[in-house]
Design a protein around this ligand. Structure first.
Ligand code: SAH
Ligand code: SF4
Length: 364
């Protein structure tokens, strides 16, 4: 990271305070915030209402810096995967998914992930570091302003690389910028934070933010979840669902929790699993999003067949749940859920291979 303060990651209030610290009026902070996040301008010299002296001072003390776009791959249906290079040679990916009525951006909160879910390419490749708030909000900035004719992003999902609740402070700060009415103005329903279940952090954000919460459950009992989502050993299902319920209660009554459930062939996709899931979620207001497993080269898992996916979904619907199957977008460019690794990273350390072999033994 540059020694200079990167203004991109500051909330409007923090930017105003920063300007005060430079002996300037706070409204200058507001002007800069709007230049950056409302007009897409990150060059101080182009901020025409600031005046030469202030621009000189800013150039001396601070930077506005976004990661370098190293590569953009576009799939046939228009999904775009961006490979971004951070300072210190880490790489992250973000995915832009155009749909009829919305433009969704799937963003990363960490370079890599330490949690090593056995079905996830990101976890498989290990953890590099947390992203700064500037690096997280940069992804939204780039998605909106990198290409001239870009349609503005309407929805953000924290479903790229990393576990957002292992980087809570920076994630919350960026959510504040995303929701700011002076710029992106994304409503709480249009931002989804997906977590594998860091219970104390779910408690910590309760009452502090109101975005939609998605829980990556993937198993209906602790034995299986311990194996495929290892963080479950620390925070078992019962505690996870209790904290999710408390989060939900802090929102308005129309809200629900999204339960994400990957369907992996012969691992968690039987009707018995569906029946256990029904019992487990009977008193949680939720919608269940089924995600057919997206393969990646180092994994032995297989996607459940279409018939099994349908049977699983139908069972949930018959038992009065709202259940949908996530349409896989971007898999031909390795941009689908769980396929993001930051392609230029050297893959597979021997430790990872060992862990993965252990995981595979446990499951088959
Ligand atoms: N760490 C957070 C957010 C990033 S992962 C979490 O785990 O929720 C985003 C979503 O992609 C999660 O639901 C995750 O379980 C899912 N995912 C990971 N690997 C996948 C794969 N190979 N196929 C399908 N979905 C996957
Ligand atoms: Fe990390 Fe989420 Fe992948 Fe698990 S699924 S390894 S928590 S990014």
């Amino acid at each position: 990271m540059s020694q200079k303060n990167n203004l991109l990651g500051l909330t409007c209030k923090e930017l105003q305070d920063y300007l005060i610290s430079l002996d300037e009026k706070p409204y200058r902070g507001l002007q800069i915030f709007e230049w950056i996040h409302n007009r897409g301008v990150i060059d101080f010299d182009s901020m025409t209402n600031l005046g030469k002296d202030l621009i000189g001072k800013l150039n001396l003390n601070s930077v506005i810096k976004v990661p370098e776009v190293v590569n953009v791959s576009t799939s046939s249906e228009g999904t775009k995967k961006f490979l971004l290079k951070l300072d210190n040679d880490s790489f992250i990916e973000m995915v832009k998914i155009p749909e009829k009525k919305r433009q969704t951006l799937c963003i990363s909160s960490q370079a890599g992930c330490a949690l090593q879910c056995t079905f996830c390419a990101t976890g498989y490749h290990g953890f590099k570091r947390n992203l700064t708030s500037a690096e997280i909000i940069s992804q939204l900035w780039l998605a909106n302003y990198y290409e001239d004719n870009s349609e503005r992003i309407s929805n953000v999902v924290f479903m790229g690389m990393g576990e957002p609740l292992m980087n809570t402070e920076n994630v919350l700060k960026t959510i504040q910028i995303m929701q700011d009415q002076k710029c992106y103005s994304l409503s709480k329903r249009r931002i989804t934070l997906s977590t594998s279940g860091i219970v104390p952090e779910i408690e910590a954000i309760t009452g502090k933010t109101d975005v939609s919460l998605a829980i990556s459950l993937h198993a209906s009992n602790d034995d299986l979840r311990n194996k495929i989502v290892p963080i479950n050993k620390k925070y078992p299902i019962k505690d996870l669902l209790a904290s999710s319920k408390r989060y939900l209660n802090s929102l308005n009554s129309k809200s629900h929790i999204t339960i994400e459930y990957i369907l992996i062939n012969d691992v968690n996709d039987s009707i018995e699993d569906a029946s256990n899931l029904v019992n487990l979620l009977s008193d949680l207001k939720c919608k269940i999003n089924l995600i057919p497993f997206n393969p990646f080269p180092e994994s032995d898992y297989e996607r459940s067949t279409d018939e099994k996916v349908k049977a699983f979904k139908d069972y949930l619907i018959e038992h009065n749940f709202i259940a949908t199957v996530r349409v896989t977008r971007g898999d031909e460019i390795d941009g689908a859920c769980g396929q993001l690794v930051g392609k230029l990273i050297n893959p597979i350390g021997s430790k990872k291979l060992k862990n993965k072999q252990i995981a595979a033994q446990n499951l088959h």
